[in-house]
Design a protein around this ligand. Structure first.
Ligand SMILES: CC(C)(COP(=O)(O)OP(=O)(O)OC[C@H]1O[C@@H](n2cnc3c(N)ncnc32)[C@H](O)[C@@H]1OP(=O)(O)O)[C@@H](O)C(=O)NCCC(=O)NCCS
Length: 209
């Protein structure tokens, strides 16, 4: 049981608002937000002060934080940069996560999301508002599934995959590392790595760097 209930967030945009709400609903007190955009310093986000750049985390002893940035590559960069931070896992009070589910450090599960038995979710993933992950799915690190995404049983999402809002994936399908599926896509089989795929069914329209 973690008795330290103080948390920080990296990022002060719209996504950070939802992370702050999720941390509060999970019982944490959010002390401050950090952002590289100096225009945000001195302002507040849902009553949480935006105090300066993320580098300020370096002067704190044993800080606990969430990287509140929706962009998967940025979360990976920050996770590698701050090795002394304890990354918090936060589940909104209204989400359902079965006790057999594994959630990695830094992963957030937003309001209304459902994660069914034996799903395994890596580090710094985002399970966005009202997304559902059925039994035995595997999500590797830095995956983001957007609001209202539905994953059937046994789906595999490799590192850094982004699934756009309202998409659906059929049972046992897989998506390769850093591939993006556009909003409303239906993945009906295996998609390779580093693609942008859209449509119903979702088909690649270009390679991603
Ligand atoms: C897929 C996506 C990432 C593509 O963005 P992009 O790289 O800027 O691509 P473009 O807007 O240039 O679109 C390229 C082509 O794909 C089409 N397209 C884009 N998104 C599409 C989608 N979701 N479904 C079907 N076609 C789509 C465009 O109409 C365009 O077609 P054209 O070449 O015939 O004109 C973006 O459209 C998208 O769906 N984002 C989802 C965002 C989201 O879910 N956010 C949630 C945050 S919590």
């Amino acid at each position: 049981m973690n008795s330290n209930k103080e948390a920080y967030v990296i990022g002060a945009g719209g996504h950070a608002k939802v992370v702050i709400v999720t941390l509060k609903e999970a019982g944490y007190t959010v002390k401050a937000a950090f952002d590289d955009d100096s225009q945000k310093w001195g302002k507040d986000l849902l009553g949480i002060p935006v105090v300066g750049p993320p580098s300020q985390l370096e002067s704190l002893s044993d800080p606990q934080a969430v990287i509140a940035l929706g962009e998967n590559t940025l979360r990976k960069t920050f996770a590698g940069r701050f090795r002394h931070v304890k990354w918090l896992t936060a589940v909104h009070r209204t989400a359902y996560v079965h006790p057999t589910v594994e959630l990695g450090p830094g992963t957030v599960v937003f309001a209304g999301a459902v994660v069914q038995p034996d799903a395994r979710i890596g580090s710094h993933c985002i399970i966005n508002t009202c997304a559902t992950i059925d039994h035995d799915c595997v999500l590797k690190d830095f995956v983001h599934i957007a609001p209202g995404v539905n994953l059937a049983g046994g789906v595999l999402l490799e590192e850094g995959v982004f699934i756009g809002i309202g998409s659906a994936i059929i049972p046992q399908a897989s998506v390769g590392g850093w591939t993006v599926v556009g909003a409303g896509g239906v993945v009906d089989g295996d998609l390779a790595a580093q693609l942008l795929a859209v449509g119903v069914p979702a088909r690649p329209i270009r390679k991603r760097e």
